[in-house]
Design a protein around this ligand. Structure first.
Ligand code: NAD
Length: 363
């Protein structure tokens, strides 16, 4: 098992990464569950069918009663109606005892379960057991939890750090290729913003990763999680212009999603991938990024996320969606832009004309 410590004083925790670690008795070693702790596992039917047995075995004899609570399998589960139902269920289940919430699934399950854990009785224990690549490298680490309203995604949320994150690579074996590519966009992002050597590793091993070679998966989950942990440690509450670098590619990515109609035409990761290509294009136009780094960035992204280059969103629609993005406008056209592979800068006041050109060329 590889362990990354996320050092946040009293809120510190470990991210454990490895193959088959859930069945290795890791939960037992924590000493985190006691024989009278009720365990409320949030999951969905798909993950429950595929993997619940492994978690049940790992928890056997460790805790009090256990409930596997299934939420719908889509972004729609990150909603107030689902949250309220889960809240009522956990209250009825745990009664007077303080339960532990286990988030067993992808980012949707993690965000909803995190909201539940952060608010039920003003906060109870939370363990993330992420089962998608995206959740293992990104959403389970760092404490952002949230649900959506119809006007905006992630608008009702909290910072709530988990007590532990367990990334068992075995879960990725059943993950469809499209979801692998979705997570890979974020993995490539870490290389571009922070780690040149990691980027080179990805260039050489993309096929191995897509074929789910375990050693390659271990390396990418470990390196990505470590980069996220180091950034979060320095800017836990996203107030210092550092955590913002994790949004590389996301400003235009969100605009592409909005312009192509959420959920349907382009997966989130691939929209971010397209956003990274366009942001890199802006950096070239501002003479911040060399052409050869730009070529390497675009070719790796297109290999890992082929939809990124084939989305149907029109540049004028993307520009319009950008204009509605509050973060973008109140941040005076703020962009995270690469200066090299392995380094980014936050740049304000990028001209609209230049953004438009980069979007047209990247589209
Ligand atoms: N909190 C954060 O910091 C943060 C960061 C990034 C993204 N997010 C959120 O994460 C969500 C996206 O997460 P996601 O990409 O994991 O999507 P997801 O949770 O919808 O999972 C994707 C699909 O994979 C299925 N699945 C999960 N594990 C599987 C497995 N092992 N085998 C087969 N199928 C499996 C799920 O049932 C689902 O159908 C979004 O709501 C986003 O806002 C949060």
């Amino acid at each position: 098992v590889k362990k990354i410590n996320v050092n946040l004083g009293k809120r510190s925790y470990g991210v454990y990464i490895g193959k088959g670690i859930l069945k290795s008795g890791l939960l037992r070693k924590f000493g985190f569950f006691t024989s009278d702790t009720p365990v409320f596992v949030v999951t969905n039917s798909k993950i429950n069918t595929l993997h619940a047995d492994k978690l049940k075995k790992a928890l056997k004899g460790l805790s009090g009663k256990i409930l596997f609570y299934k939420i719908p399998d889509s972004e729609k589960a990150k909603s107030f109606p689902v949250y309220v139902k889960a809240m009522e269920k956990i209250a009825g289940f745990a009664k007077k005892a303080k339960p532990v919430v286990v988030a067993f699934g992808g980012g949707v399950v993690g965000d909803l379960a995190g909201m539940l854990a952060s608010t039920y009785r003003r906060g109870v224990g939370l363990v993330h057991i992420p089962t998608t690549l995206l959740a293992q490298v990104d959403s389970s680490i760092g404490g952002k939890v949230a649900i959506d309203i119809k006007e905006a995604k992630n608008i009702a949320g909290n910072f709530y750090q988990p007590n532990a994150v367990i990334c068992d690579l075995d879960f990725l074996k059943t993950l469809p290729e499209s979801q692998m590519r979705n997570g890979l966009a974020e993995v490539i992002k870490y290389g571009i913003i922070r780690d040149n050597r990691f980027f080179s590793f990805l260039e050489k091993n993309i096929d191995k990763i897509l074929r789910k070679n375990m050693a390659a998966l271990k390396r990418i989950v470990y390196t990505s999680a470590a980069i996220k942990a180091r950034v979060v440690e320095k800017d836990e509450l996203d107030t210092k212009d550092l955590r913002a670098i994790l949004n590389f590619g996301h400003t235009i990515g969100h605009a592409i999603e909005a312009a192509s109609g959420y959920l349907k035409s382009i997966p989130h990761g691939e929209a971010v991938a397209a956003g990274m290509i366009m942001a890199s294009g802006i950096a070239v136009k501002l003479y911040m990024l060399g052409k050869s780094d730009y070529r390497r960035i675009t070719s790796l992204i297109k290999e890992a996320c082929p939809h990124a280059a084939r989305h149907k969103a029109r540049p004028d629609k993307i520009m319009k969606a950008l204009a509605y993005d509050k973060k973008f406008t109140s941040g005076v056209n703020r962009f995270v832009l690469p200066v090299k592979i392995g380094g980014v800068k936050i740049v304000d006041n990028v001209s609209l004309g230049l953004i438009k050109e980069a979007i047209k060329e990247g589209a």
